[in-house]
Design a binder for this molecule. Structure first.
Ligand SMILES: NC(=O)c1ccc[n+]([C@@H]2O[C@H](COP(=O)([O-])OP(=O)(O)OC[C@H]3O[C@@H](n4cnc5c(N)ncnc54)[C@H](OP(=O)(O)O)[C@@H]3O)[C@@H](O)[C@H]2O)c1
Length: 346
């Protein structure tokens, strides 16, 4: 049995890790941390996680918990994760960090967007960006995986085949995303509370969202040259799910059918990314509670534009499901272990 610790186990991503891992036959959860709820049982916060009725939250005391787990999931806010990740990695443990702390390769860019310095550039160099569709082989050998952000997951998956195959003009990419409110976490601000979100629909962090450099970093690596994108996130009154619509000008005239085939070939063997039939487009409702990324592909012939629509559940493929997928790859388990069983959310 792999002994697993969940640091930040009282948040939305941490609770989702617990829910998914309850179905994993090769994993035993030995530690779940929370500062505010230390001493409370997991079931006091999340009654539906009755499988964990004997698991009690404890503070994240690195020295105390290090010997009790082989792999550490870090589901803390950015900046709070840096020190503990460095400590666990330096002690030879495997770590999957769900925060943004180890996603951006350049410490300077991290500081520019997150307004805190990166204190561990040496450990940062060891991190592998945990998008299996792009980096499966590196993830398999990694000791530290930086799990992707929720918005970047759908956007990068949606754009990669087009960029790899030279189908689009790189300076024309527009990414329009809509997310449910759980994307902001359980301890989020007033602007994400029920009365603020319900019956509303608004853009936020316009031209300044922190996921922008992450999307650009990965798409630039695919393109082999610098890519800049226009990315606008929106908040919609649902609890989970992200629908991303990507627009880009075609580099040359192409039929939708040909592009659809390129996408189907690119993701044909992927266990969790599914390209829908021509003319069909995804709905967040259909991926809710699952680790799927569903894609719809079309060409607007009148404007010479490629349109790709991606739907994910931000807490699963956009966070904890993808983290478990990464764990399965790192440990040599069946990639679908614990992830096939979770269909619709209860
Ligand atoms: N929500 C999403 O859709 C999503 C998607 C992808 C990635 N992520 C990333 O995953 C991480 C967790 O997100 P979340 O949505 O689960 O947030 P959340 O619901 O606010 O949970 C945060 C967790 O971190 C703990 N925590 C906060 N500050 C801490 C500190 N200084 N030291 C130790 N523990 C601390 C909290 O424990 P207490 O009980 O003590 O408050 C809680 O368990 C974030 O970095 C987020 O950006 C989230």
């Amino acid at each position: 049995m792999l002994r697993v610790a969940i640091c930040g186990g009282s948040g939305y991503a941490g609770a989702e890790l617990l829910r998914i891992l309850a179905a994993h036959p090769k994993v035993k959860i030995t530690v779940a941390t929370s500062e505010k709820s230390a001493g409370k049982r997991v079931t006091d916060l999340f009654p539906y996680l009755h499988r964990y009725e004997n698991l009690v939250y404890e503070p994240l005391d690195r020295e105390k918990i290090i010997s009790r787990a082989d792999l550490f999931f870090m589901a803390l806010p950015h900046a709070a994760s840096q020190v503990a990740v460095d400590f666990f990695v330096s002690q030879g443990k495997k770590v999957i960090d769900l925060s943004a702390d180890y996603r951006l390769r350049e410490p300077r860019i991290y500081e520019e967007w997150y307004k805190v310095p990166h204190m561990f550039p040496g450990t940062l160099k060891k991190a592998v960006y945990g998008l299996p569709e792009l980096h499966r082989k590196k993830i398999a050998k990694a000791s530290l995986v930086a799990n992707p952000g929720c918005y970047p997951t759908g956007a990068i998956i949606g754009l990669t085949p087009a960029i790899k195959n030279g189908l689009i003009k790189l300076n024309s990419i527009v990414i329009d995303s809509k997310s449910g409110a759980s994307g902001a976490g359980r301890q989020s601000e007033v602007s994400f509370s029920y009365c603020e979100v319900n019956e509303g629909f608004k853009a936020y962090s316009v031209a300044s969202h922190r996921h922008t450099p992450e999307i650009e970093q990965e798409l630039s690596a695919v393109a082999g040259k610098g890519v800049r994108v226009n990315f606008t996130p929106h908040l919609v009154p649902m609890d989970r799910g992200i629908l991303t619509t990507v627009y880009a000008q075609l580099a040359k005239s192409m039929e939708g059918k040909g592009i659809h085939e390129i996408y189907r070939t690119a993701y044909g063997k992927e266990p969790f990314t599914r390209v829908l039939e021509m003319g069909k487009f995804p709905n967040v409702k259909n991926v809710r509670g699952t680790n799927l990324c569903e894609l719809g592909v079309a060409v607007n012939k009148r404007t010479g534009t490629l349109i790709v629509i991606a739907a994910i559940d931000n807490l699963v493929k956009g966070a904890s499901g993808q983290a478990v997928h990464n764990m399965n790859i790192m440990m040599g388990f069946d990639e679908k272990e614990a992830l096939n069983a979770i269909a619709l959310f209860p």
